[in-house]
Ligand binder design. Sequence first.
Ligand code: 5MM
Length: 341
Amino acid sequence: MSERLEDIAVAMVANGRGLLAADESTATIKKRFDGIGLESTETSRRDYREMLVRADEAMRKYISGVILYEETLFQKAADGTPLVDVIRAAGSIPGIKVDAGAKPMTNFPAETITEGLDGLAQRLTKYYEAGARFAKWRGVIAISDNLPSPGAVSANAHALARYAALCQEAGIVPIVEPEVLMDGAPGDHSIDRSQEVTEWTLRVTFEALAEMRVKLESMILKPSMVIDGKKARKASVAEVAERTIKVLRRTVPSAVPGIAFLSGGQTTEEATAHLSAMNATHNLPWKLTFSYGRALQQEALSAWNGKAENVAAGQRAFSHRAEMCSLAAKGSWKKDLEKAA
Ligand code: 5MM
């Protein structure tokens, strides 16, 4: 595998493959495990993530890279093999979430600023040595009739751009993730409002990336889709796809090799259908693929259910979902394929 950043970025979005976002922070993975009645410990988190990255079919055919939480980057599988080596052996690229989370933003009630820039250059060196070749930073943009504020949009864009520049200097491809919330409070916004806020956020983010001299060929964008809020969902698949493409065409330079969407609380099937519909559009300047957390893992987590005897069932569920997402990344997913499985 080439070590050139632009080659790594291209590999991350190539041939119908996409990213597994397995970078839930300790608090988030605890919530997920609570859902199956499993205690979250270092070992249970390792067992779960080992189950996923050892799903050979999924990893070899459909998953180009795995976004890890710092703990996992340094963890060993039950047999002592570093999980990073398990990922690499499957032909996939290890990556790392490097932000320290979205924190309340002073003077901006109900909005957040993502922290983690202090000492990031040193951490990136350590992550590179541990095998990470890409990183992820998520800025969270609240949405309502009055939010976001220009201050929060520009502070988050600035942090994303500073992070991206530091990654490229360290030989790591930055995934730039400005997420306009779909399932945050109040969550009843219209698709018109989502379109307006997403376009604004992406425009400001790319201005900041240019100001910080980030090389667009050596990054991946991870945006949310243009979609109505979780409490207002009614837009059709075609409308979500069409509006998302419209906004991306207006804001994302064609030098960016790929766009890997987050699922943001959509159901697994919605996230798959939207991606497939977008990929049915002709003459797009970038690859469009997935970087899903919930939409790739939900079924696998339930099938595994925290039990060693269910590892194979969990892996089958994960492989099926990854295959569906891969078809969507090529624009050829059909609902019938879900039923057939
Ligand atoms: C997997 O969840 C990621 C980490 O979340 P926390 O830091 O809040 O625990 C998250 O950043 C994720 O990578 C993206 O939002 C995509 O995941 P979804 O579930 O939205 O597809």
